[in-house]
Ligand binder design. Structure first.
Ligand code: B12
Ligand code: SF4
Length: 449
C-alpha cells in the first residue's frame, strides 16, 4: 500500500516551517506501507504536485492542515482556498482516499470536513493514522477510532494518544534539503501537552492538558541527528518548553551529554525559574527565548488566566538577560478588560524590559474549546453555532483596535524592535535576503538596538 503525506503549508512568514507533524504520522506507519512525504514549499507549481501524484500513484493521501489563517487582525489572510486547490489536484490525478489532519484541522475538524472534499479526517494526534488505514483495508467501521471525522460527524470527543510515538526523519529527503538550504532551521518536540489554561489558547485542546514527556536521551539523540544532517538552528515546538522545569532541565543535560552544539530556541512561560536554570539552558545551547507574556497589566493577566504576574515577567526577563539570551516577548492586546489604563500599564512596563524584541498582536482570535469563546458568546461578540473558521477576533468593548495600535505605534516611536502584527511586509522583504546570505535562526535578534 502506498501512502502520500502532503504538507500543504506554504506560508513563509516569519519563515517556512519544517512539517514536523508528518514525520510523526510517517513514524506511526509500519514497513508494509510505502510512505512518502512531500512539502508544497519545495514545489514551484501545482502542476508539479499533480505529476508527482500520478507517478507515485498512492492508495491513501494524508493532507496536513497547519495554519487556518495568519491570525493578524489588520492584515488577515486565510488559507482555505489554497487547501481546496490541493484537494482538487489530488482528486484530478488520483483515486486515493484523502485523509485530513494537523493542528489547524484539529481546531475546526467539522468545518474543514465540510469545506474540503476529503474522505476522512483525524482530529488530534496523527499517530492514529495507522489505525484508520488498517480499518479501511479490512473494511471495518472506522467510527469507533477516537478522533476520526467523516462528512457526517457533528461533534468529536477523544483522549490524547497514549501509544507509541515515533518520528521518522529523513535527512536525504528533498524537503529536508529545502529547509537546510533556506535558513537551516529544523524542529524538535520534547513533550506534548500544556498544563496551563490561558483563556484564549488552543494548545491544550490540540495536544492535551496533561504533559507527556519524551525521554530526554532520545530527544538529545534526535537533536544530534538533526545537527548531523546539517541543521543550523533547532526550534523546540513544545507549547511551553519550561512548563516543566524538571523535564526541561533533564533535556538540557542530555543535550550536553550528547554534544549537541547547534543553537536552539522555543516558547517559554515568563514564570520565575529555579536558580541557574537559564545558565544550564545556555550551556546546552539555548540562544533564543520567546516569552508568551501577552500583557504587563495584572488585571489583564488575570482575565487571560495567565499563570504569572507582571512581576514574574520582569524577574524572568532579567535572569534570561543575565544568562546572555536573545529575548522576545509576545503581546496580545485588546482582550477582555483592556482599556486605556491597562494598555498604559503594559507600555510603561515595557520600558523596563531592556534589550528585547516585542511582537504585538491586537484583537485576540476566538477559537472553540477556549474560555475566551464563552466570554465572547456571553458578550454577544459571536453567536452560538457561528462558523468562526473565517477568523473572528475578540475586541475589548472599552478600547478599539485602532486606538491600541496607534498608542503602541506612538510609544514605539519608530523603534525597530517593536513589531506590530505578523510583520508580513517587513519579513517578506528582509528575511529571504538574510537567509540567502547564510544567516540562520529566527533572526529577530538583529532588531535589538
Ligand atoms: C511551534 C509553533 C510555531 C513556531 C514554529 C517553529 C518551527 N520551526 O517549527 C513559529 C513561532 C515559527 C510559529 C509560527 C506561526 N504559527 Co505556529 N505554532 C506552533 C505550535 C506551538 C506547535 C506546532 C508544532 O510543530 N507542533 C508539533 C507537531 C508534532 O505537531 P503537529 O504539527 O500538530 O502534528 C501532529 C498532529 O497535528 C497530527 N498531524 C499533523 N499533520 C497531519 C496530517 C495528517 C494526514 C494527520 C492524520 C495528522 C496530522 O499529527 C501530528 C503528530 O501527532 C502550534 C500550536 C500547537 N501546540 O500545536 C502553533 C500553531 C500551529 N501556529 C499557528 C499560527 C497561526 C502560526 C503563524 C501563522 C503565526 C503568525 N501570525 O506569524 C505562524 C506561521 C508560520 C508558518 N510559516 O507556517 C496556529 C495555526 C492555527 C491557525 N490559527 O491558523 C497554531 C495551531 C497556534 C494557534 N494559534 O492555535 N508557530
Ligand atoms: S498560552 Fe502558553 S502557557 Fe498558556 S495554555 Fe497556551 S501554551 Fe500553555
Amino acid at each position: 500500500m502506498k501512502v502520500l503525506l502532503i504538507s500543504a503549508n506554504t506560508l513563509r512568514i516569519p519563515y517556512p516551517v519544517y512539517p514536523l507533524g508528518l514525520d510523526y504520522v510517517a513514524g506511526s506507519l509500519d514497513s508494509r506501507y510505502q510512505t512518502r512525504i512531500v512539502d508544497l514549499n519545495d514545489f514551484t507549481s501545482s502542476d508539479e504536485l499533480g505529476t508527482l501524484i500520478r507517478e507515485f500513484s498512492p492508495d491513501f493521501v494524508g493532507v496536513s492542515i497547519r495554519n487556518i489563517d495568519n491570525t493578524d487582525v489588520i492584515n488577515c489572510r486565510g488559507f482555505l482556498s489554497e487547501y481546496q486547490n490541493v484537494i482538487r489536484q489530488i482528486r484530478i490525478n488520483s483515486a486515493a482516499r484523502i485523509i485530513l489532519g494537523g493542528s489547524g484541522f484539529t481546531i475546526f475538524p467539522v468545518e474543514f470536513m465540510q469545506a474540503l472534499d476529503a474522505d476522512y479526517g483525524i482530529a488530534g494526534e496523527g499517530e492514529r493514522f495507522s489505525l484508520l488505514l488498517e480499518a479501511l483495508e479490512k473494511n471495518e467501521d472506522v467510527k469507533s477510532i477516537p478522533g476520526i471525522v467523516t462528512k457526517e460527524t457533528t461533534s468529536i470527543a477523544y483522549e490524547p494518544w497514549d501509544g507509541a510515538i515515533k518520528r521518522r526523519f529523513d535527512p536525504e529527503s528533498s524537503h529536508t534539503q529545502f529547509y537546510l538550504s533556506y535558513g537551516g532551521m529544523l524542529n524538535l518536540q520534547t513533550k506534548r501537552g500544556c498544563p496551563f489554561h490561558c483563556s484564549y489558547c488552543t494548545y491544550p485542546h490540540i495536544e492535551g492538558s496533561r504533559m507527556r514527556f519524551f525521554p530526554p536521551r532520545e530527544i538529545a539523540l534526535k537533536a544530534r541527528e538533526l545537527q548531523d544532517a546539517g541543521a543550523k538552528y533547532i526550534f523546540i515546538t513544545d507549547s511551553a518548553f519550561n512548563a516543566s522545569y524538571d523535564h526541561s532541565r533533564q533535556v538540557a543535560k542530555a543535550f550536553i551529554e550528547a554534544r549537541v552544539s547547534v543553537p536552539w530556541g522555543g516558547f517559554f512561560v515568563p514564570t520565575v525559574p529555579p536558580a541557574d536554570y537559564y545558565k544550564l539552558m545556555v550551556d546546552a545551547g539555548l540562544s533564543h527565548v520567546e516569552f508568551g507574556t501577552e500583557s504587563l497589566s495584572d488585571t489583564i493577566l488575570t482575565n487571560l488566566h495567565k499563570p504569572f504576574t507582571a512581576r514574574d515577567v520582569f524577574a524572568a526577563h532579567l535572569v534570561a538577560q543575565k544568562a546572555g539570551l536573545h529575548t522576545a516577548h509576545y503581546f496580545l492586546l485588546g482582550g477582555p478588560g483592556e482599556k486605556k489604563q491597562t494598555l498604559q500599564e503594559t507600555l510603561i512596563g515595557l520600558d523596563r524590559l531592556e534589550r528585547a524584541v516585542f511582537f504585538f498582536f491586537c484583537g485576540i482570535r476566538i477559537y472553540p474549546h477556549t474560555a475566551l469563546y464563552d466570554v465572547a458568546l456571553r458578550e454577544g461578540q459571536i453567536t452560538d453555532g457561528q462558523n468562526i473558521l473565517s477568523p473572528v477576533f475578540y475586541r475589548s468593548p472599552h478600547i478599539s483596535v485602532q486606538e491600541i495600535m496607534q498608542t503602541v505605534e506612538n510609544h514605539a516611536n519608530g523603534r525597530l524592535n517593536w513589531l506590530v502584527g505578523a510583520g508580513e511586509a517587513k519579513a517578506t522583504r528582509v528575511l529571504p535576503k538574510l537567509y540567502k546570505r547564510g544567516l540562520t535562526g529566527p533572526l529577530w535578534e538583529y532588531l535589538i538596538q
